[in-house]
Design a protein around this ligand. Structure first.
Ligand code: WTA
Length: 652
């Protein structure tokens, strides 16, 4: 194994070269994407690159025919990649499996055969997949798309009610799940939750006809004869050398749907297309990670979210990557779990969320020190703004100042990264906390409330001004909500102007760098000044004692709203009035007197979704004395009581 080279020698920052490539890409986006799509295998090329005759329902590669299996799996069969490991899988208790591209190909074919011949899955129908982080999850996704059906993966941490809601919305007849899996040393009995969800769905008129069960935890499961089928028995019934021809699909067919929360209670089924998603993900993966044949790639996230769909399943497989896939909790059995795997497998490219980094940072540097990370050459982050404190820690302690940080801004709706460094083309100089420039083909800008462009350095709203292949096709079953959520804010249909609105605050600095400042739908107005919760939280996080922070706006008779910070302390710190004053002083120092929180309240836990997003809305409701609403999707519903208790202090 070669020594990792110093940063400068691997990626000599070259802004001019990047911007030159970028400029060419957006000069004629149709031509640009036409060329990019030809790097993939198609059964038939498209008649039109982009059909924009019915905005905002853009359709990419119209007339094109393909199947993503051809590019993720079949293309490797009979090449040297066939015997390459696709997934080094590590179970939480320490059990391991190595799954090669050949193994994937054979198992996907057998499962596809069984789904089609024995279960009766039809092209164009939706299959719900509720599986933990085991190789059978990507195998199921590929088998489903191979036979021309689409998948709806539901994160295995969701409750029965949340799963039922998604089964009903997608009208799935088929559910793929597991007996159980390991989390923090315990077995989560998934089949029981799935059974409850199937019952709830039936009450709402959607009958799940077959439940396919992967045996993982080897726990006893309730069984419904005639409805339930063991995954391994289905595979055994398929011919050992089963081959299922990848079903030819229109580029504009649905590849998958994935639910995401919006500003209302009902989750949105984000639809992605066969041809557009495939093209966008293939190219962005290359730009983000500069893939090399001997890479060990690790996206430490769950496939139940878009990050996993794109950066654990489709992106890496289309590039023949070897990956790490880990089943369990990142700090189990000790806070060094992640780092010991990075060292042991010689991970070259590591991608995770700021939340995960803050968690690991909280445990202290001793879990990192002395480890051999010499093969690490790229680090990535996704999901939230990364505060410069954490960026610097990641860069120095993990990357040892050799690995550039690829901060990727994107959304479930966008398919893959949109604004991020692109070391696969040319790295631009990095600024801690900025996702740098839009990727090729992406036309992004920052607008004021009234739609005029913001000045450099002025905070505004991020927009995307041209369609891109990875864009969502719409919201499953709800075209009106699609238009309303993403297009109404800034578009001028009468002038033929259509602008995509992601609902994120951003600043473009004088060098054209984008700084993402958090969701625009969680804004505070303090004495007429607008404050982003993220800006405030960053400031609070700059205090060395703070591990996690949530800032929300509380109603105030004079100022309209005042910020209140809920704070989780790092190990070794105790709550005290002195510490509260210090944290307030930090905010005053970083943003100014206007932003100083009225109170800093100490808690042991914040209400977070299982993907790590802090649910400020729940804190806000509690603060107003309202019912917290649906808490079933929280990582730990007990956090709600924590917050309630802390808020009692507000009155004093
Ligand atoms: C936020 C995750 C700042 C943003 C892929 C976006 C980020 C939402 C970043 C989408 C980043 C994601 N910097 N903010 N690098 N990446 N976000 O759908 O607010 O789970 O709108 O997709 O996460 O979250 P989602």
């Amino acid at each position: 194994m070669s020594e990792a080279l110093p940063f400068e020698e691997v990626y000599w920052p070259d802004k001019e070269r990047y911007l030159e490539y970028y400029k060419k890409s957006v000069y004629d986006i149709e031509r640009f994407w036409d060329e990019r799509a030809r790097e993939l295998i198609w059964l038939k090329y498209w008649d039109r690159v982009l059909d924009d005759s019915n905005p905002p329902f853009y359709r990419w590669f119209v007339g094109g025919v393909t199947n993503i299996n051809i590019n993720a799996l079949d293309k490797w069969y009979g090449t040297s990649v066939e015997n390459k490991v696709a997934y080094y899988w590590v179970g939480e208790p320490g059990d391991r499996r190595a799954v090669t591209y050949g193994d994937l190909y054979r198992e996907v074919n057998r499962l596809a055969w069984a789904l089609r011949e024995l279960v009766g899955v039809k092209p164009g129908e939706g299959v719900t997949i509720y599986l933990p982080m085991i190789p059978e999850l990507p195998i199921s996704m590929l088998a489903v798309t191979r036979i021309g059906a689409f998948h709806s993966v539901v994160f295995s941490g969701f409750s029965a009610a949340a799963l039922a809601e998604r089964i009903v919305d997608a009208k799935s007849r088929i559910l793929i799940t597991a007996d159980g899996f390991y989390r923090r040393g315990r077995i989560i009995e998934l089949k029981k939750i799935a059974d409850e969800a199937v019952r709830l769905a039936a009450e709402r008129g959607v009958k799940v006809e077959k439940v396919i069960v992967v045996r993982r935890a080897r726990v006893e499961v309730p069984w419904s004869e005639g409805r339930d089928l063991w995954y391994h028995e289905l595979l055994n019934e398929a011919p050992p050398k089963a081959y299922v021809k990848p079903e030819p699909r229109q580029a504009t067919d649905v590849l998958f749907i994935l639910y995401t929360s919006g500003t209302t209670g009902k989750p949105k089924g984000i639809m992605h297309s066969v041809g557009g998603y495939m093209t966008y993900v293939y190219n962005v993966f290359k730009w983000n990670w500069d893939p090399r044949p001997d890479d060990i790639f690790w996206t430490a996230a769950d496939i139940g979210w878009i990050t996993g769909h794109t950066y654990i399943v489709y992106g890496p497989l289309m590039h023949g990557m070897t990956q790490i896939m880990y089943e369990g909790a990142p700090d189990y059995p000790n806070p060094g779990r992640i780092w010991s795997l990075v060292e042991e497998y010689g991970v070259t490219t590591f991608y995770t969320s700021p939340t995960m980094l803050r968690l690991l940072m909280k445990y202290g540097d001793k879990w990192l020190e002395g480890r051999d990370f010499s093969r690490l050459r790229l680090l990535g982050t996704v999901g939230e703004p990364i505060n410069p404190e954490v960026w610097k820690w990641y860069y120095t302690k993990v990357g040892r100042e050799r690995a550039p940080i690829v901060d990727t801004w994107w959304q479930t709706e966008t398919g893959a990264a949109m604004i991020s460094p692109a070391p696969g083309i040319a790295l631009v100089p990095l600024k801690p906390g900025s996702a740098t420039y839009p990727l090729p083909g992406i036309v992004a800008d920052v607008l004021r409330d009234d739609g005029r462009p913001a000045e450099p350095g002025e905070k505004g709203l991020l927009v995307i001004k041209k369609p891109w292949p990875g864009m969502l096709m719409g919201i499953w079953g709800d075209p009106k909500r699609y238009i309303k959520t993403y297009w109404e804010r800034f578009s001028k249909p009468e002038e033929g102007v259509w602008i995509y609105y992601p609902a994120d605050y951003a600043v473009k600095d004088k060098d054209g760098y984008f700084w993402l400042l958090g969701r625009a739908d969680e804004v505070m107005n303090v004495a007429g000044h607008r404050l982003g919760t993220i800006e405030l939280e960053d400031a609070v996080l700059m205090h060395p004692a703070v591990s996690e922070a949530a800032v929300v706006g509380f109603p105030d008779p004079v100022k309209g709203e005042v910020p209140v910070a809920l704070v989780v302390l790092k190990e070794g710190y105790e709550p005290s009035p002195k510490l509260e004053e210090e944290i307030k002083a930090k905010v005053r120092e970083v943003i100014g007197p206007i932003a100083v929180p009225k109170r800093v309240l100490f808690v042991n836990k914040l209400p977070k979704t299982r993907s790590g997003k802090i649910m400020r809305r729940i804190i806000l409701r509690l603060a107003r004395g309202q019912d917290p609403g649906d808490v079933t999707t929280l990582e730990d519903p007990a956090s709600v009581d924590e917050v309630k208790k802390a808020l009692e202090n507000l009155k004093s």
